[in-house]
Design a protein around this ligand. Sequence first.
Ligand SMILES: Cc1cc2nc3c(=O)[nH]c(=O)nc-3n(C[C@H](O)[C@H](O)[C@H](O)COP(=O)(O)O)c2cc1C
Ligand SMILES: [Mn+2]
Length: 472
Amino acid sequence: MPYNDLQQYLARLESSGKLHWIEQRVDPSWEVSAITRHTFDRYGWNDRPALGFRQVGDCKFPLVIGVIGGSPAIYAHALSTSVEKIPQVWENGQRHPIDPVLVNSGLCKELICRGADIDVLSLPQVVWTPSQDPGPYITAPVVVTKDIETGRRNVGTYRIQMKGKQHVGLYVGGAQHAARHIRQYEAAKQDMPVAIAIGMDPAIVLTSISKFPYGTDEFSVAGGLRGEAVPLVQCETVDLQVPANAEIVIEGVMRAGYREQEGPFGEFSGYMSPGGQQPVIDVTCITRRRAPVYHSFLSQMPPSESSCIRSLSRSAGLFHHLRNVLGLPVQDVHFTEAGGASGMLVISMKKEYPEQVKEVAWGAWSLMNKEGKFTVVVDDDIDVRNPFQVEWAMGFRAQPARDSFLVDGVVPSGVDPSTAAADIPQHDPRRRAGSKMLIDATRKHPYPPAARVPKEFIDRAKDKWSEYGFSK
Ligand SMILES: Cc1cc2nc3c(=O)[nH]c(=O)nc-3n(C[C@H](O)[C@H](O)[C@H](O)COP(=O)(O)O)c2cc1C
Ligand SMILES: [Mn+2]
């Protein structure tokens, strides 16, 4: 059964012991981020808790974080599955999308604030990288926009800077789908309607942070993941639809051709991304639950919630694309967390002919154009999630001069500081200096047998283990 809304999901997470509530009042200017950051540093991948903050400064709404990507186990909860079955759920969701349905009302309409009642600053004003971010940010927004010509919807997560009661900034990387919409509306000299939903069934949020081919309605993929259509409601002041049971919805319009300073912001690369001139949204309405829970993500230095969710989601999404859309004999895909689930991609395959390795890399790079700066392709006996095995394959199945391929002049990750010096703004053309490297670490010819003690001898030794004086 899919979750109806965020609060229903949180109750489930809490009963499984994976949600830790902090009851005392915390300071949003430093304490929320410090506690969350330390939770990610202190606890390992598997036993990290999600966090809830009951009292964030003077805000009336509790805040939750790590509730989707605190750990793979929590992520599995979010998709109502087990860690092992995460790729299957994603594959099924993408193969069998279910279109959303429009309903008359939902939890997000319990309270409607218009005119002078609109106050974005009534939400928790959390500063995520204290002393470096310019102010508070909304980090888990589900941003809905539409193509001006086709009317097709896009749903993506792009950071929102809280600038005033009715005024927010946002950062959309130039290669993102919403960036196309911005360009379309600006070319037509029209203001662009935008709706920002916060807090809902996590399956919906997971599609918002994931890359699908342009034109895909992320809400349909979310339907496939949930096994049930996402109910949507019509917005009050813009012609867009949002999840009916979202906790909070901010509606607004983006002023065509207008820019303001946005950022810098502590990004998933582990560095501050530079600020730059970015569009702003004038807020026209806020609708919400009467007592909403506010949902956030932690980005910054990996490991973070951002690197966890993007590693698991992107790997599953790319696997589906390579294997089921392009029909390539790919066995597994892994964006490493240390590479911020972006810079380092490992793919295993059962190669049918030598050139096919390149087809796999081109396929990955054409869907996820900013990702996989270093892409390593290995044979299907290598576990892509095990860095020891991947390095072993690179060490002994590749010759750098023969097996590495460089491609210059491609879109870089917008937050990769290796492209240009820190004082060069985010959208400056000098930042477009992207390149990629494919390392073909598959075997190119017949190999000698692996040097291992045969299994039958190992089994015999294991049978006699206690005789050798070992207790376990
Ligand atoms: C926590 C988090 C924050 C993100 N922030 C941004 C952002 O500020 N700007 C951006 O362009 N992409 C951001 N992304 C990545 C996009 O959500 C992702 O690329 C998604 O595919 C965008 O939707 P689209 O493919 O429909 O453009 C973020 C992802 C995560 C997980
Ligand atoms: Mn999209």
